[in-house]
Write a protein that binds this ligand. Sequence first.
Ligand SMILES: Cc1cc2nc3c(=O)[nH]c(=O)nc-3n(C[C@H](O)[C@H](O)[C@H](O)COP(=O)(O)OP(=O)(O)OC[C@H]3O[C@@H](n4cnc5c(N)ncnc54)[C@H](O)[C@@H]3O)c2cc1C
Length: 422
Amino acid sequence: MKRVVVVGSGFGGLEAVTQLDTLFDRNPNVEILLLSDQNYLLFTPLLPQIASSFTDPRHIIQAVREIRGKRKFVFRREMVRAVDTAIRRLTVDSGSIDYDALILAPGSRTEFFNTPGARENSWDYKSLQQGVELREHIIDQCEHADHTLDAATRQTMLTFVIVGGGYTGIELATEMRDFLFRYAAKTYRGISASEIRLIVLEALPDILRGIGPKLAAHARKRLHVSGIEVRTSTRVTRVNKCSVEINGNEMLHADTIIWTAGVRAIELIEALPGPHDRIGRAIVNPQLQLGDHPEVFVIGDSAAAINAQEAPRVAPVAIEQGRVAALNVAHLWKCEPLETYEYASKGMLVSLGMNYAVVNVAGFQVSGYFAWLFWNAVHLYKLVGLKKQVQVAGDWILGLIFPRDAAIVREPKGCNICDKRQ
Ligand SMILES: Cc1cc2nc3c(=O)[nH]c(=O)nc-3n(C[C@H](O)[C@H](O)[C@H](O)COP(=O)(O)OP(=O)(O)OC[C@H]3O[C@@H](n4cnc5c(N)ncnc54)[C@H](O)[C@@H]3O)c2cc1C
């Protein structure tokens, strides 16, 4: 009996495990095991809509066991702590697991670039839990600001800073704008739109790198018109509990600082033998194998394929690499020539909130309402399963007709006022 282990139930890992299942469907001598610390697939493109109460958190995840259906692969909810490539063994919380082939797809974590105070004092935005916590915090800030009389305190409560002008930062900023200006400023009688400040800070000269200079400039104008301040060539040099220091000489006061400025490979990947790139990703060959360990494949956000280091860290890249890695496990065991991963851009789609998006697909650059409809259609189509598609479509339709659902359901975290109460 041979065992292939896949680590991570994200886009790359699930593609790999479902491909393996098809490839080894009739082979009783192959065990396919998926290990992941979370028992669901998170559809990250819709994560910004959690912070703005536009989409229900449960609607953008799908349980692994539901995706598995009648497939034969085994799933275990396990955190993988270490990989011993010399003896082909994984250390997990409940013991150890041996493998004959391994596909590593554990994604990435946030990179704070050693900025003092950033890790402790800013909101990270990568997981569903962080999305839900930020949602509660934003609503909580509105609740407090509604009756706070001191002008300076109100201003700090109603200033929201997003560090990073990539697609995550911009989509999050526009979702928060929709919530704050279209809902909070109208519903909270003590808050007026003129008091709300939403600021995006970007260290590079441009936002939305990768979408093309024309669309990036257009998006920037659109953000400005809709009330979002964008400051480029602006480096955050320190993050305090209620302020950020900019370029070492300017202080911006805000109770909410969200960090979307960079990603890095997780420690498990950084500890693998062989070369790594500057953000800790394992450098793999064009067949996605790890240097001296041809039975170990690394894919998705964790990998830098030597022939495609410019590939962005996005879902389509992880999915394609998952497919190639699964095929290569089968080829390896049959002593056949291996497939090569080739990067081909699938374009870039960025929502700028309600009714507007910028899209660059196959050389076509479009912006506006129809681009937004296209963005919605593509993301709805990409959701796994009819149930999720119906749930998300339902959320969107209800969001167009009714006000946002702004009830706080859990005690908010990191609030200066609520924390004193506890
Ligand atoms: C807010 C946000 C918005 C995004 N928007 C888009 C978008 O619009 N379009 C797009 O293409 N991409 C988007 N991305 C990027 C996209 O999500 C990633 O590129 C993609 O998920 C990478 O896939 P992956 O399989 O490498 O990792 P992931 O999908 O991150 O999956 C990693 C999996 O590994 C598990 N895991 C991690 N460590 C361990 C461990 N030690 N043991 C066991 N399991 C572990 C995790 O729980 C997770 O299940 C976005 C990302 C974020 C954070």
